[in-house]
Write a protein that binds this ligand. Structure first.
Ligand SMILES: [Zn+2]
Length: 84
């Protein structure tokens, strides 16, 4: 019984960790108002802090237009649809 509980607990922990990783890791510069992919050319020479994308959004940061332009495009498309 105890062993089964331990295994179930481990599985839950692993699922939690992987779902956090799936949320997407982004990086922010010290004074930046946007968050970037870790590979973005704009922040390669700058000191960055890694965080979860949800965290960055919660801080009021916007996605970078260069490395995360896919996200901006999606926003623009949905805006256009609303206008029509
Ligand atoms: Zn960027």
């Amino acid at each position: 019984m105890v062993k089964k509980l331990l295994v179930a607990g481990l599985c839950a922990a692993i699922l939690t960790i992987s779902s956090v990783a799936m949320a997407g890791d982004v990086v922010v510069t010290k004074r930046g108002k946007r968050y970037h992919a870790a590979t973005c050319a704009l922040i390669l020479s700058k000191q960055t802090t890694g965080m979860d994308e949800q965290q960055a959004i919660a801080k009021g940061l916007k996605p970078c237009g260069k490395c995360l332009s896919d996200k901006e495009d999606k926003d623009n498309k949905s805006n256009k649809k609303e206008k029509k």
